[in-house]
Design a protein around this ligand. Sequence first.
Ligand code: PHE
Ligand code: ZN
Length: 881
Amino acid sequence: MRTDTGQLFRLEDYRPTDYLIPETELVFDLHPERTIVRATLVVQRREGVDISQPLILDGDELKLVSLSINGAPLGENGYQATPDRLEITDLPEENRFTLEIVTEINPTANRQLMGLYRSSGVYCTQCEAEGFRRITYFLDRPDVLSVYTVRIEASKQQAPVLLSNGNPVETGDLGPDRHFAVWHDPHPKPSYLFALVAGSLGSISDSFTTRSGRKVDLAIYVEHGKEARALYAMDALKRSMKWDEDAFGREYDLDVFNIVAVSDFNMGAMENKGLNVFNDKYVLADAETATDSDYAGIEAVIAHEYFHNWTGNRITCRDWFQLCLKEGLTVFRDHEFSADQRSRAVKRIAEVKTLKAHQFPEDTGPLAHPVRPRQYREINNFYTATVYEKGSEVVRMIRTILGPELFRKGMDLYFERHDGEAATIEDFIKAFEDAAGLELSQFALWYEQAGTPNLSVSFDYDAAEKTFAIEFEQSLKATPGQNRKKPMHVPIEFGLIGPDGREIVPVSADGMEVTGNVIHLRQRNETVRFTGIEERPVPSLLRGFSAPVTLASELPREDLIFLARHDGDPVGRWQALTKLLTGKLIAGVKRVRGGKAPLIGVDIVGLVGEIVADETLDPAFRALCLTLPGESDIAREMGSNIDPDAVLASRDALVKAIAVAHAKPFAMLYDALVNRGVFSPDAASAGRRALRNSLLDYLSVAEGNPSRAAAQYHASDNMTDRAAALGVLVHRFGGSESAAAALAAFEARFGGDPLVMDKWFSGQATRPGAAALDTVKDLMRHKLFSLDNPNRARALIGAFATANQTGFNRADGEAYRFFTETILKIDRENPQLAARLLTALRSWRSLEPVRREHARAALALIANADKLSTDVKDIVERTLG
Ligand code: PHE
Ligand code: ZN
């Protein structure tokens, strides 16, 4: 493990390299513990660079075997090599020369899953962000683009499948035991997009013909026996390829496209050129083993990685500060894809929920950073919800401001200008400015200023003048390193609704810029005045969640109820309902803390029942409305002095009130929604299951016993219904015989499949209450559990720390102490994973004082431990900072 170097990287220090590497030839002689890599690099000295400038290459835990230039071995005085750096001073005079570097690496010992490693016996690579330097010495940075030719030699028996980027060139025999394959990728690419896979794998294949008639061979490689579980991913891939042609005019550019699923992977998946490597969680699915949300996740991630071929690969990032250039944009593209494949409104609400759950707490906590950070100590810690999710929201706002046509024109211009280049956010913004003839410098603050802006809004209707005024005030709190903020350009989609529920179109608007249904807020304080408004309207603001802001509006409760019933924008309806529910839940928390029972009014209970019963609405939308804000949503909205036990009590009380009030119609609807016919993962069927499974939870609460959930568990023919029933049994009736029986049945059925067992681990880790800690400790000793496997660690430790508010935040602080020890253990093997899990403590300051002190002490234990990785040290210091 590399321990902290204390180095800080700054955007303003960016400088191009003195040398380029236009061509890279790699020969891998693969052996489990002793792999030899011969890199032959064509090195080019940039014009104007003096010959005295050394060539300094990055490395990480490398062992140098030999070094030569233009075929002649280099003398010992000509270079200096350490495991993490190679400096060559004895360079030839000509500006172009060939450098040959031979290194030795040990894939089996590589437990941090960066560089070349083995996962269940399969050799695979992960190079983003700085993993290539663990394979050979290189200019391992995204602005150095090279054309790669790769030759892989390996055991025929251990590795019948040999894959790399680009197109296959040649395969052949090397005697009785070994064979080779050669791959060539004609598209220059940065080293982080390099990939190699070698192993014994099953596969499925298909093909796609692009719109210009190029036939592309597609294949997905998985563990033997799991081929059928890759069919949905293949279908999603073909739909993605078609969609990128239709929606963005982007065609695929190689003869083959390969995907490999591996079981040890730090992230979701990786967009290596022509050879995407996936966490198997985002490839494998069938009715028996995957839930509807697994299917949706696979569709989204397959699309995301495929879309990177243009946004990320053909146009890459100049440096890692520009990470959102590829990630925010590609998330935006995969969101649009899923919205087109499914229900747009439901998809949008799901996005808003995710953004608020993961990005908003980042923005208000100690790890807050701009969408484009200006400094980092460890780039691995910046693959965040801010860079990805908020980065996508920023692109979405550009489209809202420009409109779909100009947005597309801007994207086309961006592709045209920067294809084959390593670009910056400035380049991206410029393309839209030029395409639209607009100036976006104020808008660009969205990339620079961290934090979630808050809009305070008040309204004034003048019946005599027939005008309706909306007054805005925007504010943005200080974040680490940014004390003073400037006002931003916030596009606010809106509608005015008349008493009859119909949209009112104002005669005119003055005081602010209004284009169509968008108000452009640009100053700290601004007022827009609509004229020709015959009756007092109900305003619906931030329709479609048009900007990642919080809204503090003084809209009366009756208006919120009106919007929850009548807003023509489903996102607006859901936002109004959520606001009402959250207010009720927070009031309940306060009463519980004062030793009283929460008060629950009939209107809100009735409203939920009304929406759930409304057959004109999409079941998926009704399911979203029936699912109350979660415990962490409530905590986030409260902001400080959180007592998770009181939050849970308040939420449970509202669930119970709704359940009891509507037990009869809910039971009828539950029966009516039963699955008929064969399982299909399509959005409509998934929506019906989501509604039915949400009803199951309420009905079980109303009935006060586990029989309904137990019956559903044992009758289910698909994982969505089975997992939902298991959740109700374990979370509502944990410790009961029915819960134990279902857990045993699940283990008996899926005990051979660790990926499926992750649901079993998470389900138990998230059972509310203090007892979960002992369960988690027991499960760590389960034969399928291993802290080394990222999916296992996330399913048990990650789920416990992020999705079990009462269990993790036990008042005695025991869970924090356990968590601390576990993080330190993981850090010894896999720093990236440890650091990511540790972010679960980022909101520690918002806890009530007793828990806050326990959390602080646990963090201090980590901070004071010796031999911390750069990754964990960076997170812990910023979290405490
Ligand atoms: N670039 C990957 C994606 O967003 C994520 C990733 C980052 C994977 C770093 C591995 C390592 O699709
Ligand atoms: Zn990505």
